[in-house]
Write a protein that binds this ligand. Sequence first.
Ligand SMILES: *Cc1c(COP(=O)(O)O)cnc(C)c1O
Ligand SMILES: [Zn+2]
Length: 437
Amino acid sequence: MPVLSEAASTPGTPTPDTSAVVDLGPASALSCRECGERFPLAPAFACTSCFGPLEAAYDLPLGDPEGLRRRIEAGPASIWRYAPLLPVPADVADKPNLAPGWTQLVKADRLAAELGVTGGLYVKDDSGNPTHSFKDRVVANAVEAARAFGFTTLSCSSTGNLAGAVGAAAARAGLRSCVFIPHDLEQGKVVMAAVYGGDVVGIEGTYDDVNRFCSELIGDPAGEGWGFVNVNLRPYYAEGSKTLAYEICEQLGWRLPDQLVVPIASGSQLTKIDKGLRELIATGLVEEKPYKIFGAQAAGCSPVSQAFKAGHEVVRPVRPDTIAKSLAIGNPADGPYVLDIARRTGGAVEDVSDPEIVDAIKLLARTEGIFAETAGGVTVGVTRKLIEAGALDPSLTTVVLNTGDGLKTLDAVAPTTGPTAIIRPNLDSFREAGLAS
Ligand SMILES: *Cc1c(COP(=O)(O)O)cnc(C)c1O
Ligand SMILES: [Zn+2]
């Protein structure tokens, strides 16, 4: 749960950043998810009345769905086509930013055949983003909030992908960056975080320790003027995940899918995908019909899945131990909301073991030519498990998210993947290897 801290410019505190001067497009206020109280737009993340998380509230463009749809379709091939539904200024596409999104929705017929899905199976492949994970979507939104509130340093606590996304986005926007990661992350993610020239700090501890440290830093003069994309800018950052919902529906021909399988780290992405789908219905961009959202975790870090199966409404923190490091958050802030959404929509939350994750990465690569990071192995593995258990209906249109690139988690598959043969450069040697046609 985000903790309120003094320097986070809590709502009600007079700051130079009042909503009167902050232009974040259709976002008009922050509202508390728990008690509904409203606050002016500010770098704040917890309600002063009840400590509930704050989220962006909008004046949504209602009443002219045809006009809105035309405007979106005429927009750029990035998340900025949805600027009328995001907390960003109208001219966002003209500013220096990574313009993420509009990634491929792959019709995965060969994977569908293997899994027995007959109703249409799609993979939303977010490895195609500028830093090769879905995190570019959320960071791009946080950067606009950082600019609006006058922050000059961009920061975050990260399980890996976020650090790279922040480093790159800060470089493009001309901001300083200083990011915090667990010291034992995959090399690909550490190098990716550092290559953009910002500061990278490895912390001896788990992601949850890193996150706690960042909350302390926000309350200290050492962190003054810093925008932590997933802490004091969280309400704006989180909205970026809605674009996954928008894109999936637009790419399906402005239609809701029947089922989605979404990975869970903090649970923010899943929660905002649901919010995005509901906004599409509210604005009339899609026709209302039931949809089910399924959450996916690694067994080695499955606090939400365990709570779902036990019928609990709260999530008991765990200590992560899994190869799916990008999802290794033991104390997921949005866990209770994920439970609500899975139950309300008729979905479920399931988890798969590390060997099942590796198998699923290879299955997706072999059938669709998509090399997913471990988080993609988690969603594909969970999809397979849910179908086998009869929890996911194979006769319905299903979208599975791949949120990151396999090149960042080579260690997961390297021990069991390599050359078929090593031969001398002659035909005899080739024939001996048994590979001739
Ligand atoms: C961060 C991340 C997620 C989801 O994170 P949430 O905290 O649940 O929003 C999913 N996949 C990858 C690869 C990530 O890096
Ligand atoms: Zn509240």
